[in-house]
Design a protein around this ligand. Structure first.
Ligand code: ADP
Length: 430
């Protein structure tokens, strides 16, 4: 494109040249008038096209862009090309954005984009319904002002997004699973999954197991009672006695299984539980040591390191059953010579109960699964030693109900370490 500076330069040069020509043909005065008139004409033409351009800028469109003359023809041609290019990118961007919005709406989950301050930037309709977000009023407001929930606020502040959290929306009575992920420079994507119907089914299942176990308990107690009476009879021959003993053993196992199932369903339920009793650890460990000495027929060497200044708020019976479960496992899965150490201490801000044994250990591929219901590394060994496969899932649920966690580390043939971590909020100092 021709440069406007060059065209002005050539024009002025032409004016000077014409000035000399005109003044040599006519007079100098006539030449000055001639130059002035052409200059005014030149300026007028530019002002005219500037006016046309300013008019076009007010409502730009490809259709009414002027053609221009001379240098202006080039300028308008360039504007035309740039404008058309921009329009094209804009159309592409709009269609990508449309596709994104359609995809976001098609997803089964709710999604919300928030910035560093957790202010809502955008959301799809499902998220708006789940968390009562009004896109007209609530955008650019922190999500925890719009949906007030302590668990959600803490989750967003702590920024530990490995695991999702579950919350309940009392307005629409929905159970919602929330998971956040970082994206872009400092933005977060929050996904919300409606768990209401899943939870309903899960609750039905839990109720069924709980009722079923409860119903089985009475007939089983009667059967066990009769079997015990039969065992004591002197008139029974050895073969029958052996059978009765076997039946008695199985009845005992069934009773243990039912007890564990009932305990698990109790621990899983949120209702009718006081999980903020004051637990005096000195008393709890005294009881624990007594029970351990009765259970441990092999008389392992058990070393205790207890800081009895650290007490807890929680459910006494649940915390006790978690501790005794870990100790019973350590005893069951450690040979007579193997040492077991038990500690209760405060590390950083958490209270930690730890059981370390030098027992059989757990193969690496099983470690992450042993807290699942009925998950056993060696089923026979578990059964032989009176296990039900429910112990660690009871422990995990107890910890969940106390906002804590269980951590397992183990090495095959070397031993295992089980840590129960209680958060600061649960600690009660004497
Ligand atoms: P169980 O009644 O079978 O012991 P748990 O839920 O208490 O059920 O434990 C699940 C499985 O984890 C056990 O079957 C066992 O294989 C493994 N396990 C638990 N504690 C230990 C331990 N201290 N040492 C080795 N393996 C263990």
């Amino acid at each position: 494109m021709q440069d406007i500076r060059w065209s002005t330069f050539w024009f002025l040069l032409l004016e000077i040249f014409l000035y000399f020509i005109v003044s040599s043909i006519f007079s100098q005065k006539f030449a000055v008038i001639f130059v002035l008139v052409t200059l005014i004409l030149f300026i007028f033409i530019h002002i005219f096209w500037i006016y046309k351009l300013s008019k076009w800028v007010e409502s730009p469109s490809l259709k009414n862009l002027p053609n221009g003359t001379g240098i202006w023809q080039n300028i308008f041609a360039k504007i035309y090309r740039t404008y058309r290019q921009q329009k094209k990118s804009q159309t592409q961007l709009t269609s990508t954005l449309d596709q994104f919005i359609q995809a976001a709406e098609a997803i089964n989950d709710g999604i919300i984009g928030v910035n560093e301050e957790n202010e809502i930037l955008w959301s799809n309709k499902k998220a708006q319904r789940m968390l009562n977000i009004n896109p007209k009023k609530d955008y650019n407001q922190p999500i925890n002002y719009i949906f007030r929930n302590t668990a959600l606020s803490n989750y967003l502040v702590k920024e530990n997004y490995e695991e999702p959290i579950s919350i309940h929306n009392p307005t629409n009575k929905l159970d919602i699973e929330i998971k956040a992920t970082f994206f872009g420079e400092s933005h977060k994507l929050i996904t919300c999954r409606d768990l209401t119907s899943l939870n309903k089914i899960e609750n039905l299942r839990k109720d069924f197991v709980s009722n079923f176990s409860h119903e089985l308990k009475t007939p089983l107690t009667v059967i066990s009672g009769f079997l015990e009476t039969l065992e004591d009879r002197k008139t029974i021959d050895d073969k029958s006695k052996e059978i009765i003993l076997l039946m008695s053993k199985q009845a005992h196992r069934m009773k243990k299984l039912i007890d564990d199932l009932l305990l698990l369903s109790n621990v899983e339920s949120d209702y009718l539980h006081n999980r903020s009793e004051k637990i005096i650890m000195k008393d709890m460990f005294r009881k624990l040591k007594n029970e351990v000495s009765l259970i441990d027929q092999q008389q392992h060497k058990i070393i205790y390191s207890i800081n009895s200044e650290i007490n807890l708020y929680g459910s006494k019976s649940e915390v006790y059953s978690a501790f005794i479960n870990l100790l019973t496992n350590a005893i069951r899965y450690t040979d007579k010579e193997g040492e077991i150490s038990v500690s209760w201490n405060k590390i950083n801000n958490d209270a930690i109960f730890q059981v370390i044994d030098k027992g059989i250990g757990i193969p690496e591929e099983h470690v992450n699964r042993i807290t699942e219901r009925f998950y056993r590394v060696d089923e026979d060994r578990s059964r032989e030693s009176g296990g039900t496969g429910l112990g660690l899932s009871i422990v995990k649920n107890v910890m969940h109900q106390h906002q804590g966690e269980i951590r397992v580390a183990s090495e095959l043939n070397s031993g295992s370490s089980f840590k129960l971590i209680f958060p600061t909020e649960r600690i009660l100092f004497k």
